[in-house]
Design a protein around this ligand. Structure first.
Ligand code: CIZ
Length: 318
């Protein structure tokens, strides 16, 4: 018989957290009310580090499946709860493991750099992982002249190639949210809000990035807001969940969400820029997964061992 959630879900979650000796990790793209009950809020690199370092008995991962898998790979002995197992990722899904195996085989001798937004099976075929926070550093750590395959995000790969001056063989994947932003609509918003500071995630295509004052990972964009003026207007060209942390950092700031739209078209919809996978998690599902200790992420131990090496190599790079 399913348990009945308490009226005060946040208090119920705090109570279960103490009973389970759990740590709650939440990604910046989660709903604000989930970020507010978390012990740590961060990007996938920060959360991977937190998962590895925490001595909690249970990890509750409020994010999408590949992130919870990464936590499980780094902490295989501990249960990793994901409030909704169906919280997937269009980018991770854009690299189907068998097709990826053939792609890697077609580029013998290349170092395979894989964005953590990928399945454990794809990580297991990689030499080193990266996140958007450290992708440039990871590619720079590979000796010049060495061929590099970069997967699965072609736009992040293109940005990294330009930042490093390296030629990268790009897997043609993308994030359905970041790919949707419209360069023309962003230019129009800049005209409507003179002086606004445009923050763009590197998963966006180059014509969108061309409008940016700052290009960077969620953490880098948040750091730019923290270092910026108290009462600026910011145009945020990434999943708008990050605005919760930005508003906390700069309560007098104005945060505008960028419209999504079919690329090349003017205008677009400001709710299409919200990741439907991230938003599958709700406060009630967080409470329920803790109450029932399910659903959990399960991975084959052999896959864990193979997927762990590229993640550890990334963590060692810094
Ligand atoms: O790596 C992550 O956490 C994602 C999905 C975006 C970012 O830039 O932090």
């Amino acid at each position: 018989m399913p348990a009945t959630p308490p009226v005060d879900l946040a208090a119920g979650i705090r109570d279960l957290k103490a009973r389970l000796k759990a740590v709650i990790l939440a990604h910046y793209y989660q709903e604000g009310e989930i970020q507010d009950i978390a012990d740590f809020v961060g990007d996938s690199l920060q959360l991977a580090r937190e998962a590895a370092r925490s001595d909690a008995q249970v990890i509750v991962f409020c994010g999408v499946h590949f992130m919870a898998e990464t936590a499980k790979i780094l902490s295989p002995q501990r249960p990793v709860l994901l409030p909704d197992l169906a919280a997937g990722c269009s980018l991770a899904d854009s690299a189907e493991p068998e097709a990826f195996r053939r792609f890697v085989a077609a580029h013998p001798g290349h170092t395979v750099v894989t964005y953590v937004n990928s399945s454990a099976a794809v990580k297991a075929m990689s030499d080193v992982c990266c996140t958007s926070s450290n992708a440039v550093q990871v590619v720079q750590s590979i000796p010049p002249g060495q061929g590099v395959v970069f997967a699965p995000d072609q736009y992040l790969g293109d940005w990294v190639a330009r930042q490093t001056g390296r030629e990268l063989v790009l897997w043609p994947g993308s994030c359905e949210i970041h790919e949707m932003f419209s360069a023309e609509a962003i230019a129009a918003m800049r005209r409507d809000h003179p002086g606004c500071i445009v923050l763009v995630h590197p998963e966006c295509p180059a014509p969108v990035r061309a409008h940016a004052d700052v290009v960077g990972s969620t953490k880098a964009l948040l750091d730019a807001v923290k270092a910026g003026p108290e009462a600026a207007t910011w145009l945020v060209v990434t999943e708008p969940g990050i605005i919760h942390a930005m508003r906390k950092a700069r309560p007098r700031g104005t945060f505008l969400t960028a419209p999504a739209g079919v690329r090349g078209e003017q205008g677009g919809c400001t709710s299409c820029n919200t990741c439907p996978h991230m938003r599958r998690n709700t406060l009630e599902k967080v409470w329920r997964c803790m109450a029932e200790q399910a659903p959990q992420v399960h991975l084959d131990p052999d896959l864990i061992a193979r997927a762990r090496r590229p993640i550890e190599r990334m963590l060692a790079i810094g």
